[in-house]
Design a protein around this ligand. Sequence first.
Ligand code: ZN
Ligand code: ZN
Length: 281
Amino acid sequence: MIHFNYHTHTRFCDGKSDPTAYVQEALRQGMHSLGFSAHSPLPFDTPFALHWDKVDEYCRLIRDLGQEYKDRLPVYLSLEIDYIPGISEDFSHLRTPYPLDYTIGSVHLVQPPDREGLWFIDGSLQEIYDSGLKDLFDGDVRKAVATYYHNMNRMIGGQRPTIIGHMDKIKMHNKGRFFTEDEPWYIRLVEETLDTIQETGGIVEVNTRGIYKKRSEDLYPGKPILQSIRKRNVPVTISTDAHRPEELTAYFDETVKILTEIGFRSVMYLEDGKWEECALC
Ligand SMILES: [Zn+2]
Ligand SMILES: [Zn+2]
């Protein structure tokens, strides 16, 4: 099975190396294709996102790499765009001025409906997740998780990202403490999001990062959700959300096996700039 990865972060945001190091590692591993997806800039400072004054340089550098290596490795330009209703702008404000080959839409920050502040559900610190849940949602996990999935639905329906990033990342710091993923209210929220994807289209990312970083025992999304995705015939792609070159294909082959066992026959990949089905084998 060929290897590809369209979700990667470099020194332009919170990744560790220069984009060139990723291209060289991809060549060393004989990868089929590679996409760069820096965290999109936000209207406020964050420790993880690309800065507005670096977007031009980022786009130029990735395009130049694509030119330089065009005979050896297809290189694609993208952004992992954050969606916060009323705070982040429409995806068009990045799609229109910049020549992105595709977009990844993700929710990392959740604004409660009734007060100021953002719940950061990602990152390495469980304490930040816990304090956000307590201070911004009064510890009401159902309300907090529902707000996360409702924001995701608005993003999918309104912004139409090419790829829906790590759709159940909300589980990462939960670790079965506040809710379990087999509770009916949780399953209902997930199914609603899958309904939205089925209606509007979009590729669901199967993200391996939680496993190789040992932050999750399952993929994002986990197996029960993947089974539902399979039944609905919604397309998926595999990515590792690499923040270092050596993570480019981490847990990729194991994920192929898991998807095959669930009944998937193909995953989506880019061939000459077009999304095609790649048979699982
Ligand atoms: Zn992300
Ligand atoms: Zn990412």
